[in-house]
Design a protein around this ligand. Structure first.
Ligand code: C2E
Ligand code: CA
Ligand code: CA
Length: 745
């Protein structure tokens, strides 16, 4: 302490007081006075000393506090020289740069700046120095160990007197904040995504929605916020659905699935929704974030595809594909339960008639009505069939019903199936009101039983079809069962096909001739009808083997043989006056007619035989013609050019339409024998026959009736203006010798 503290009257007074305390009463003699002065002075000095010590202590304390604050501040403090060397650093600063403070001093601060940011830093540093001013910047920095961080720098230039300026830097690590900013930016962009986003609080109250939400739901943010997602409920989900969803959210904090919701405009749509719970680190749910995208179109497309693939467009009944599917399931379930099931084939008896007389639209009405009756008639109050029973339409007027869970006993199961079959028949036999007109229709039913996988799907359908075929054969409005005897019929079929292959070479085929007569009962020609004389079975009717021949392709060699034989016969007849003018009609099947070489083949056969083409008539069916009208017409024209005539066989049973009929180069219509058969009894059929004859005349075609069995039929036909006849009334189809005998030769 070199400087003398100035004397102050209070100090003096205090010293005096202290001295008086020590020695009372006060002396007044001069020597004593001097001593007194000295003593006071000494005390004064002591007191001054004490003050100074206290001041120094306070000073030291505050310096320590400052150093602590400086060193342990949450911010790094660095002081740089004007050349950028680190002159001072607090502990935080050293820690931020990852270097011990001692080692930090005199190193270039720029060493801690990443190379990419280095230019930018120099610019900032120069600015601070030159403008003598504060600069704030953010900088990518690099620690001694190479790791990087983002720093916020607050730089200040300090120049004291003539000293060189120094730059003080307050350095903060803002990596975390930068990261959070980035996250926020990403979140903000995500929030603007195409997906609808809805954030709700833990009570389910909506707190935020994005623009996509508004686009998808129709609700603005203003309308949605404060509401709960119940705003969107479509009513398509039951309570258990939502319960399951909340349970999953509680347990896993997550739910995902399809949901039907309702837009503001009332339209229901499907969305794919993901809900995540937002939780605090302690596990408490604070928010739910739901993101969704619309999938209605997908779903609609899916449903449409499903509908097209599995349902019949006309009746909305399952189609063949779905039937097979369901039948497969039925077999599986039957093999588990041991219960029998049944397949019912149902075919309408007079559908073609309706289609032909009243048109397709009315035919469609009937098909739809039948579908409805099957659905209600089969199930209604029925203890046998159940709601799960499959009722399907195979196409045309064929329906299939699959019954499940019938009895364990075959006989009882058969009785149950028959009961349903009878019920179906009765339901379908009730009169129909079609477009204001009453229509009567019956149905034939073929039934087969199944149990487990004893028979394959295909076999089952074949069996039922066979039973139906039998039912049809037994007369209309019938019900028939497939039985093991029929199975052997099936087996016979394959054996038969094998035999048929050899029939042509072995000369087992024969042509029979059924006379065709005019109104005066004069024979004007014949229809050539094929017979197969099987070595073991004897004569086999073409209804049995022609379909086989069609399927196997054998119809081509067989058809050629028929043509050759017929032409040879025409040639033989041409030699006699009595047979010279006879026309011979030959049946040509679809597969044969469509064969690319058909026209050439006919020419060839005609040429080879030397037969007069004008004596040959080809019978075609309507179904053959309508399959490819243009192609058929071209082919018919080519043959007609040769002189061959055409008769439309089985007329009335197909899709008769005047429009195409007019375009065909036909010569004759042949009324199907089913119409002729019921002519006298069924007014409907009578009307059809009349129409056909009138139509034929209008088109300039002659009309022949086949299947004439009675005089009554003949009389009717004659009355309606028919001019040619064929049928058992006159003669059955006959071998050539008998035919010629019939002619009286
Ligand atoms: P389709 O062309 O309709 O032949 C008429 C069928 O009616 C013949 O049966 C004939 O015997 C039968 N029929 C004739 N008059 C009467 C009658 O008064 N009452 C009854 N109930 N039936 C009568 P078929 O000979 O059994 O021939 C059946 C079918 O086989 C033919 O029907 C035809 O589609 C086909 N077919 C016959 N021969 C040939 C052939 O050479 N080639 C082709 N592709 N098919 C043939
Ligand atoms: Ca025919
Ligand atoms: Ca016919």
């Amino acid at each position: 302490m070199s400087t003398k503290p100035p004397q102050s009257p209070p100090l003096r007074a205090a010293a005096e007081a202290r001295l008086a305390d020590a020695r009372t009463p006060a002396p007044i003699r001069p020597a004593e006075e001097l001593l007194h002065e000295l003593q006071v002075h000494q005390i004064e000095l002591e007191m001054q000393n004490e003050d100074l010590r206290r001041a120094q202590f306070a000073l030291e304390e505050s310096r320590d506090r400052y150093v602590d604050l400086y060193d342990f501040a949450p911010v790094g403090y660095l002081t740089l020289t004007d050349t950028g060397l680190i002159a001072e650093a607090n502990l935080t600063g050293a820690a931020l740069l990852g270097v011990d403070r001692v080692k930090l001093l005199h190193r270039h601060f720029s060493r801690f700046v990443t190379p990419e940011a280095s230019d930018y830093w120099h610019l900032q540093f120069m600015r601070v120095l030159l403008r003598d001013d504060r600069q704030i910047c953010e900088l990518a920095m690099r620690r001694a160990d190479g790791s990087r961080f983002h720093a916020h720098l607050d730089c200040l230039c300090r120049a004291a007197g003539d000293q060189l300026p120094r730059v003080r830097i307050a350095l903060t690590d803002i990596s975390a904040r930068r990261h959070a900013d980035e996250e926020l930016r990403i979140a903000a962009i995500a929030f603007e995504s195409q997906e609808g986003i809805m954030v709700s609080d833990s009570h389910g109250v909506i707190v935020r929605v994005n623009p996509a939400f508004t686009r998808l739901t129709g609700y603005s943010a203003f309308e949605a916020i404060g509401q709960t997602p119940a705003l969107l409920r479509s009513g398509r989900h039951d309570k258990p659905f939502y319960d399951r969803m909340w349970q999953a959210l509680r347990e896993n904090g997550y739910w995902q699935g399809e949901m039907w919701n309702k837009r503001k405009n009332g339209k229901v749509y499907a969305e794919w929704l993901t809900i995540s719970a937002v939780k605090t680190p302690e596990g408490e749910t604070t928010h739910y974030v739901g993101t969704f995208s619309e999938i209605t179109q997908n779903k609609e497309a899916q449903a449409e595809i499903h509908r097209l693939a599995y349902y019949d467009a006309l009746t909305h009944l399952p189609n063949r594909r779905l039937l097979l599917d369901r039948l497969g399931q039925a077999l599986a379930s039957s093999s588990r339960s041991g219960c029998h099931g049944a397949v019912l084939f149902i075919d309408l008896d007079n559908f073609k008639t309706l289609n032909d007389t009243r048109g397709h639209a009315v035919g469609d009405l009937l098909l739809g009505e039948v579908a409805q009756r099957l659905q209600s008639g089969v199930r209604e109050g029925d203890t046998i069939s159940r709601l799960g029973d499959t009722i399907s339409r195979l196409g045309g007027d064929e329906y299939v019903v699959v019954l499940e869970d019938l009895s364990l006993e075959a006989v009882e199961a058969a009785a149950q199936a028959r009961a349903v079959g009878e019920k179906v028949r009765a339901a379908l036999a009730r009169p129909y009101d079609l477009d204001g007109r009453e229509f009567h229709c019956t149905a034939s039913v073929g039934i087969t039983l199944f149990r487990g996988h004893e028979a394959t799907l295909d076999a089952l359908l074949k069996q039922a079809d066979l039973a139906l075929y039998q039912a049809k054969g037994a007369g209309r409005n019938c019900l028939c069962f497939f039985d093991p005897a029929m199975q052997s019929t099936l087996d016979e079929y394959s054996a038969l096909e094998a035999d048929l292959r050899l029939a042509v070479q072995r000369g087992q085929l024969q042509l029979y001739y059924q006379p065709q007569l005019d109104s005066a009962r004069r024979v004007i020609g014949a229809e050539a009808l094929l017979r197969w004389r099987h070595p073991q079975r004897g004569p086999i009717a073409p209804d049995v083997f022609i379909p086989l021949a069609e399927e196997s392709g054998l119809i081509l060699p067989i058809g050629r043989w028929v043509l050759e034989t017929a032409c040879a016969q025409i040639k033989a007849w041409s030699a006699h006056a009595a047979t010279h003018d006879l026309r011979l009609a030959v049946n040509v099947s679809a597969r044969q007619f469509r064969h690319a070489d058909f026209v050439a083949e006919v020419k060839e056969v005609l040429a080879a035989s030397g037969a007069d083409p004008s004596r040959l008539k080809i019978e075609l069916t309507e179904s053959l013609v309508i399959d490819n009208v243009a192609e058929t017409i071209a082919r018919m024209r080519a043959l007609k050019a040769l002189g061959i005539g055409f008769s439309m066989d089985d007329f009335g049973t197909g899709f008769s339409s005047l429009s195409y009929l007019k375009r065909l180069p036909l010569e004759q219509l042949k009324i199907d024998r089913s119409f002729v058969n019921d002519l006298a009894t069924d007014p409907n059929d009578a009307a059809i026959v009349q129409t056909i004859i009138t139509m034929g005349h209008t088109l300039g075609l002659d009309v022949i009736a086949e299947g004439v069995e009675t005089e009554a039929q003949l009389a009717r036909l004659d009355q309606y203006g028919c001019t040619a006849y064929q049928g058992f009334l006159f003669s059955r189809p006959l071998p050539i010798a008998e035919f010629e005998a019939f002619l009286g030769l």
